[in-house]
Design a protein around this ligand. Structure first.
Ligand code: SF4
Length: 318
């Protein structure tokens, strides 16, 4: 009854946050958020991280409920690692173009057409694809994971072809790549990158390896979300051109507020380049998820057991 009364009111952001805190305590829930979430969601999270840090944290959660503010493959990974917890998300439509570019049946055919290979899959994949893989990686550890594979083994790397070609260069391994990409990182405007560099010659260019080679060639530093944030904080430079989802700028501003962070427009001319899936999550949907403990993420036990092994192999090597 109380829930319905609150639903009917239009709440201010402050009231929404206070409602979330109340529900979080009632549900014995913890809120995990990715750096690509809106700043107001990052600010209410108990833990913020990139895919690797979120996985490492999720497996140790002791609360009954994990509210995962990110995209579905991240929430699935939390469920795989910590199956006794109820994992809920604000919006079930928060998918990922990269994960969607690797349907499990096609991925299986690809693997079967290269027998005796070692399959390294990026964490941005469905639970079914993880279950088909030998080892999972994130952008923080991809080169290290690939380098751990014996040299006489053929490596299949998927689904991100751009991360794959970056890792090929970094590791010197001649891997076979799946033809997938992230709709956010593949559409930065090269013209705008060049313009921004010309206008800001004192800026350092920080890029995520999901960007294509025609963008990465302008980067001073290429790295995972966590590496990009820590570089911006620790660098002597005062200005940065950010070639990843601009949600990371919130953490940069918290840690180094005196510095300047420049977003890069996409090919369609939008002044920012946000992930449309990540940005589906809102404070209202978080309230609803905590009130109803829905939508819930579940992974069939047979798939979960198979997907757990390659994730654990990654965590052991990280
Ligand atoms: S930024 Fe790209 S890889 Fe990350 S969740 Fe969005 S679509 Fe997927």
């Amino acid at each position: 009854m109380q829930i319905n009364n609150i639903d009917k009111k239009i709440l201010t952001d402050e009231e929404k946050i206070s409602r979330i805190m109340q529900l979080k305590a009632e549900r014995n829930a913890i809120i995990l958020a990715h750096y690509y979430q809106d700043p107001n969601i990052q600010d209410i999270a108990d833990f913020i991280g990139d895919s690797l840090a979120l996985s490492q944290f999720a497996q140790k959660v002791e609360q009954d409920v994990i509210l995962f503010c990110g995209v579905n493959f991240m929430a699935e990974t939390a469920k795989i690692l910590n199956p006794t917890k109820k994992v809920i998300v604000p919006d079930l439509m928060a998918g990922c173009s990269l994960a969607d570019s690797a349907p499990a049946d096609e991925y299986q055919e690809w693997i079967e057409s290269h027998p005796n290979s070692v399959v390294v899959s990026y964490i941005n994949t469905s639970a079914e694809v993880k279950a088909l893989s030998d080892i999972i990686c994130t952008s923080s550890n991809a080169a290290k994971i690939v380098n751990s594979i014996p040299l006489d083994k053929q490596v299949l790397f998927g689904p991100d072809k751009f991360l794959g070609s970056f890792v090929k260069q970094a590791s010197g391994r001649d891997m076979i790549l799946w033809d997938g990409a992230c709709i956010v990182h593949q559409k930065f405007s090269e013209e705008k990158v060049k313009e921004l560099i010309a206008e800001n010659p004192d800026a350092e260019v920080l890029a995520h390896p999901e960007c294509p080679p025609n963008i990465l060639k302008y980067a001073d530093i290429i790295g995972s979300t966590t590496k990009i944030i820590s570089r911006a904080v620790e660098s002597d430079k005062q200005k940065f051109i950010i070639l990843t989802e601009p949600g990371v700028i919130h953490e940069m501003k918290k840690k180094a507020p005196e510095k300047i962070y420049l977003e890069v427009p996409d090919l369609e001319g939008c002044s920012c380049n946000m992930c449309p899936y990540m940005r589906l999550n809102t404070l209202d949907k978080i309230i609803s998820a905590l009130e109803n403990l829905y939508p819930e993420i579940d992974v069939p036990e047979e798939i979960r057991i198979k997907a757990l092994k390659p994730i654990q192999r990654m965590l052991e090597l990280s």
